[in-house]
Design a protein around this ligand. Structure first.
Ligand code: ATP
Ligand code: MG
Length: 729
């Protein structure tokens, strides 16, 4: 069936992909199918759209789907792009190879890593694991007790990772950026060697190794280079401004022989230099690939003119920029709003009330996003949203698999696919009664270096007090050997781990249990355990707060970094206060400029409505309140580009809100001043009003103080009287 489709695409003379939906420059980028191509353009100018059309166009021209490689910043982005390409053409797009640099590296290294001496069952470790190993090595190399000044594991990993991602030799990086620690340079180099050996011996790779080893395969192993570079005839990269030098080298090596590479990017949106990304990559591209065709896109199709005027002004002040000022044909008469709340509470109240207004004006909840600099900036809003019962999804911040109990469970699964992973052995051995760090290390070392680790565990000469624990553990792995479905592995592991879990996390295990339940449903969706284990580090799910009801329409709360490339009808950028944005530690120079670009990325996500907000007062770490002004990036903006709303009037109800458009409801009043509702006021059919959901009637009274209300606009919701601000009508 799939072959038939491919055949249709190849032989068909009718063009399915409608290129008239593109402007002339975009069309040129799509139809230039051979040779190097650089599209450099501002936000919302259709770079990503051009890539989508180009994938479809290439397939239509007869290029086989598995010859096309699409590299994106997140896996979700490539999935969505290929899905969209599929709607333009047919489902042959599903077979295009798409993913992140790290994801593709993982796939290729499992297949070709043997050229570098790696087995196909290596495990990918995250930053916490990497720090754990470095700490362990610090201890075993005698670098902790002797000299308290030796850098912490966090700083050490920053150094090691910085050296890889910025392509600077480790000792040079220490002299340049950590000169106060240069007396330790020999010890750090020695530690790096041991870290590398440890990973190799235990079948582990950290994120950086994935890139480094991919590059090594291409550069140092002619056989692998030929095979890998021969796999893809057309390479495309989105968000090129956020690639680093190794990634640029990989692209160069991959395109060896054909140079059919298209990269798209916007230097004004480069926001990952703290991870070694280098937006000069864009400028270097035409030098690396001779005869590059450069295409600039200048029309913005995303935002209305008032929003675009403001975002152009944010970037106007940037010290360095190459892309030009954008124009749009989307007129719009709504200027962006700037709101200053008395404090974070008032800022949150404003956002929530505006969301209610937007919904009343017909904007879907899923078309609204609240963006912020750092994960913790949204806590106040999260509390408020929970209290009014608005569903939201938070993106960015802590990942589900980063917590200790999740790492515990994943360690068992990791060991099943890679039994020489002594880090994982160490973790689960430490859970046993009467086994301390020293014993755990000893056992882990023995079994992870044995020819048959499981047999070595069974035969380990256990001490009297922990013999039984080891026997149970060995039994678990023997039982796992007989199974193959990931869901079954989870059940087996939990049967063993549950009692330990309740003991280790005595204080809060019920709360943590919810994560484990989520893990269960995630793992059951996988066909093989290796892919699940890979994803727990490569593409881990983010924590999603407990949701009410089954409605899938959710407000998006996101860090700006996780909002890259996306767009919404309405965008709130919160926390734009002095000291918070730019980040307090940003200093001047490059970091300051990166913060400005971050604000540019945030504001350019908006299609029709843009709100910039900040609190006039912030709590300091020592719980004092401090008055703050607005972000310097806002004070730089030209007057007249936004409308100011001031929140000095106290609680939300008195704020001078302006209706969004004629006929739109005034802000919904808070319950303050109204009679507080009690259970005795409620019975089936009683009419009530909720500040967010609007009007509805009571369906039934539930357990405790909960009540089911059928809202006219939002359907049935279960609310708790202590939190939901219901009023009687
Ligand atoms: P960013 O820099 O934020 O990643 P981008 O340059 O990748 O932005 P896209 O996301 O591809 O821009 O496009 C922005 C919006 O404009 C999308 O909704 C897209 O569908 C629309 N768009 C782009 N080009 C056109 C066009 N020629 N006609 C109609 N809509 C377009
Ligand atoms: Mg894009």
């Amino acid at each position: 069936m799939k072959n038939d489709l491919k055949q249709t695409a190849v032989t068909s003379s009718v063009s399915f992909v409608n290129l008239s939906e593109l402007n002339p420059s975009q069309r040129q980028a799509v139809t230039t199918t051979e040779g190097p191509l650089l599209v450099i353009a501002g936000a919302g100018s259709g770079k990503t759209r051009t890539l989508v059309y180009r994938v479809a166009h290439l397939l239509e021209q007869g290029v086989a789907p598995d010859k096309i490689l699409l590299l994106t910043f997140t896996r979700k982005a490539s999935q969505e792009m290929l899905w969209r390409a599929g709607t333009l053409l047919n489902d042959s797009c599903n077979r295009v190879v798409g993913g992140t640099f790290h994801g593709i590296a993982n796939m290729l290294l499992r297949r070709y890593g043997h050229h570098l001496g790696f087995g196909s069952t290596f495990t990918i470790i995250d930053r916490a694991d990497a720090e754990g190993i470095v700490n362990l090595l610090k201890g075993s190399l005698g670098l902790t007790g002797r000299d308290k000044q030796f850098p912490s594991k966090r700083v050490l990993i920053n150094m090691l990772s910085g050296s890889v991602n910025k392509s600077i030799a480790l000792d040079d990086l220490i002299y340049e950026q950590f000169s106060h620690l240069s007396e330790h340079v020999d010890d750090i180099l020695n530690l790096e060697r041991h870290y590398r050996e440890f990973k190799f011996n235990n079948g582990l790779m950290d994120y950086d190794d994935l890139l480094v080893n991919w590059k090594r395969l291409l550069q140092d192993v002619p056989e692998a280079r030929q095979e890998i570079a021969g796999r893809y005839s057309h390479i495309m990269v989105d968000e090129y401004q956020d690639t680093n030098l190794i990634q640029a080298d990989i692209v160069r090596l991959l395109a060896h022989g054909h140079d059919n590479v298209m990269v798209v990017g916007d230097d004004s949106q480069s926001i990952y230099s703290f991870r070694g990304a280098d937006f000069y990559n864009i400028m270097r591209f035409p030098k690396i690939f001779a005869e590059t065709t450069i295409i600039k896109l200048e029309e913005n199709y995303r935002s209305s003119q008032p929003i675009l005027s403001l975002t152009n002004d944010i970037i106007r002040n940037a010290a360095e920029k190459y892309t030009k000022t954008l124009f749009t044909q989307i007129a719009g008469d709504r200027k962006p709003c700037l709101f200053a709340g008395r404090n974070e509470r008032e800022e949150a109240a404003f956002v929530i009330r505006k969301i209610g207004e937007l919904q009343a004006a017909g904007v879907d909840l899923a078309n609204i996003a609240v963006l912020f600099r750092s994960g913790f900036h949204s806590y106040k809003i999260e509390l408020e949203l929970n209290s009014v019962g608005v569903e939201f999804e938070k993106r960015g911040g802590l990942k589900l698999t980063e917590s200790a109990h999740m790492k515990d469970v994943i360690a068992f699964l990791r060991l099943h696919v890679n039994p020489v992973d002594s880090l994982a052995w160490n973790r689960i051995l430490l859970q046993l009664d009467k086994v301390g760090p020293k014993t755990a290390r000893m056992i882990a070392d023995t079994i992870s270096t044995a020819a048959d680790p499981l047999q070595a565990l069974v035969e380990y000469p256990s001490g009297k007090t922990w013999k039984e624990g080891i026997a149970k553990l060995a039994q678990l792995f023997q039982d796992m050997e007989k199974e193959s479905a990931p869901g079954v592995f989870y059940e087996l592991v939990m049967a063993y781990y549950q009692p330990l879990f309740e003991k280790i996390y005595r204080d809060d295990f019920p709360k943590r249990q919810k994560d484990l339940d989520q893990l269960k449903s995630i793992i059951s969706g996988y066909e093989d355990l290796q892919s699940f284990v890979d994803d727990t580090t490569l593409d881990p799910p983010e924590t999603v707060p407990a949701l009410q009801g089954g409605d899938t329409e959710r407000l998006i709360l996101s860090t700006i970094h996780s909002a890259k490339g996306l767009e919404w009808d309405a965008v709130f950028v919160i926390g734009l206060a002095e000291g918070r944005f730019p980040h307090a530690g940003a200093g001047v120079g490059e970091q300051w400029e990166e913060e400005r670009r971050l604000l540019y990325v945030a504001a350019t996500r908006a299609r029709k409505y843009l709100y910039l907000t900040y609190p006039r007062e912030l709590m300091t770490p020592d719980r004092q309140f401090r008055r703050v002004g607005m972000s310097p990036f806002l004070s730089e903006l030209r007057a007249g580009l936004f409308e100011r709303i001031d929140g000095q009037g106290g609680q939300g109800a008195k704020l001078p809100f302006r209706p969004l458009s004629p006929g739109v409801e005034r802000p919904l009043p808070r319950s303050k001043g109204k009679k507080k509702i009690s259970m005795s006021d409620l019975k089936k059919g009683v009419r009530v009003k909720h500040p967010f959901f609007g009007e509805g009637s009571v369906q039934s009274l539930g357990q405790g103080r909960s009540v089911d209300v059928d809202f006219e606009r939002h359907g049935l919701k279960t609310l708790h009287l202590d939190y939901a601000k219901l009023t009687l009508l």
